[in-house]
Structure formats: C-alpha cells, structure tokens
Design a protein around this ligand. Sequence first.
Ligand SMILES: [Zn+2]
Length: 433
Amino acid sequence: MRLFISNGLIVDPENNLEAIGDLMVEDGVIREISLYRNKSRRDSDKDMVKHELLPGDIHVDAKGKWIVPGLIDLHVHLREPGQEYKEDIESGCRSAAKGGFTTICCMPNTNPVIDCPYVVLTIGSKAEEGNGVQVLCIGAVSKGQEGKELADYEGMIRTGTHLTKLKGSGICGISEDGKTVQDSNLMLTAMIKARELGLTFFSHAEPEVEIVQRDLVLAEATGCSLHFCHISKKESLALIREAKKRGVPVTAETAPHYFTLTDNDVNGDSNKKMNPPLRGTEDIEAVRLALKDGTIDVIATDHAPHHEKEKRLPYHEAPNGVIGLETSFSVSYTELVRKGILTPLELITKMSTKPAAVLGINRGSLWIGKPADLTIIDVDQEYEIRSDTFASKGKNSPFLGKRVYGQAVYTIVGGQIVWSNNQKTIDRRYEND
Ligand SMILES: [Zn+2]
C-alpha cells in the first residue's frame, strides 16, 4: 500500500524546511517528497499525482494543512497497570493519536511501579494491542520508587516489544517522576549507572530550584544526560541556561499550562491543580523567553488523568494532575505561534525533533528514507476545548472553555493511519473493487 499526501505545508525542523509539497509513503517509509516552486499551487485543484493511484493506495488531500513529523510526548501517565479507572494504555493511546502524537513515553509511577522487566513487558504487550502509537517506558530510578535500592535497569533494557523498543531498549530512560530522589548518594549512583547504560535521567525536581541546582552538579560530575521534567520557575531556568553554556548535558521541558495560565487563574478549580503548581506572571514570562532562546528544549504534557469524582473533591483534597495529550498542540500553537513567540519550525522542534533527540530515536524528521510517523494538522479551525470530545478517560483539563486553533486531522505511524477526524479527504482508490 502506498499513501499519497498532497498539497500540504511540510514543516520539518531537521531540514529547516517549510514549504508546500507532496509526500509519498510506501512500506512505512517516506519514499518521495516533492516541493512546489510556486506557492500559488496551493490553490490549484489538480495537485500531486504524477503517480497513478493503484488499488489499495490511499490519497489524502492536505490542502491548507501542516504536514509535520509525528509529535512525541516525553511525559505521560498512562495509569496502567494499577489505576485503569483513571486511564489505560488503550484509552491513553487513543488520546495521544487524537492529539497528533505518534510516540509517547510513560512514567513509572504505576502500580506496580515500572521497576523490573515484567512490568515493562506487560505494558509493551498491552501497547501492541492498541492503535499503533508507540509507547516507550521510562523505568523507575529505585525499586518501588522507594528511594532505597536501584531498580533493575539492565533487565528492563533487555525486555519489551517492537512498539516499545524503538531504540532497541525496553526503557528509554529512568525517572522517579512524581517523587524526587532525596538521597543524593543514591542519585549519584543512579546517574553513573545511567550514563554507563546510555539512559537519560528524567528529573522531577521538587523543590524545583534546589533540586535543579543539585542535579546539574551531579550531571556535570557524572556526564549523565539529564532531562528536567515540567520546569516552571524563573530561577531554575536561569540555572539551566547557565549550565548549558558550561556544556552540561542537560535538556528541559515545560508543559502548556506553565506558559498559559497563572496562579490567578486557579480560583479553587481542581482542574487547575497540578505539581508543580501554576506560577506567577514573572515565571510565565520567563518560561516563554526560555522557549524562545532554547533553554527549554521540549514541550511535554505531563498528561495525568484522574477520575472525575476525584477532581470534583474540594481543591485541597483533589489529587494533583491535569490531562494534556489532546490540547497540547492547539494550546501551544495558539499561545506561542499565533502570538508570534515561536515560529512553526520552532514549535515542531519542541514537539517532535527535540524530544526524538532526547530519546535518541530515529524520528522527529520528515525526509526521504525516514520512518513515516507524521501528523497532518489543520491550524485554521477555531474551536472550544470541551471535555465531551476527549478520547482520554480523564476530563481534568485546565483549558476547558478555552478557544484555540489547531487540530490533528490525521495521525500516521509507520505509514498507517492510526487516527483521522476527516474521512472525507481520503481517497481510497478502488476500495469497493
Ligand atoms: Zn509527571
């Protein structure tokens, strides 16, 4: 089967490419890209298809849409195993695909914790039964996330399934997300080991500024690749900026709520309760600046579904966490690109190319010979974010009622359409033959 995508704006940071063109996918790989010299071809009806469509071929008209390398989310809580009433791998993957994500990384604070080969394999097998979205596991730093004894990194690396082993490893990194490793000695041992094994350390820094400072020292000493989760404060950003200048192997992510909402927006609404909490205007400004100057490499979601009943509790009793897979692109595009803070290329860098680089996987770019993980996005449609449209089991979005632009219309993994909201634009040649 071949997949032809015509007449879209191809946005590929790796090649610094932003141009109207066509793309042909065969056997899960991008085989051809042709760019239009003349932008006015955007309005032409007779696009594409020097190739004649054959039985089984699919043609997608991407006129007026972006074609981008599949979005990658480094920070997702899938809740399975253990809390399937909040989310499970299947619903989480549907939510991811609907949001335009082709690869997601799941955090280890499940029950049981992802700290041994068995749990990695369980998640891998479940992901295989899902819609095709690639699920990469992040292993726990310590057994049971108890902060006492290191988890079985080698065992976890050796296990997994083809969807979960993009890098040939059962885990793509280690993290104690949701908790901070308080014991600095254990932290040092973990980083030395992570470096030996080529694993990135995803740090949940709490209290943020102090732990950012400590972990930067440890990364500098050990040479371990360090990635900071959900950075939200001006002071931590200044430390990371400095460390990058010194050549410390560090990257950082933030989430859409940290550049969009402030603590003034909370008003006792549990759907705006997360960890770290929403900050003040100065911090938001600092996050936006850090996105622009590259101190923040990645936009991740920290997708953290909870049951509606739990989030209906009074603010101080409700659990931390908000969902984000289905709103991340639209909120980021609306707040950053439409407001002139980031260019389209910069946004896709932070949502695909850089996350791929942090993981060390062959993704995050659209080019001939690359695996065909891609997302087609309609950026012109304005709509309101509503909980009844979410594929996630969680409805706890801090953006309910917000008007945004930008919606994935096709999510494609390995050349297969895993999600589409627009069957009308698909031309399945000879489908009924
Ligand atoms: Zn998290």
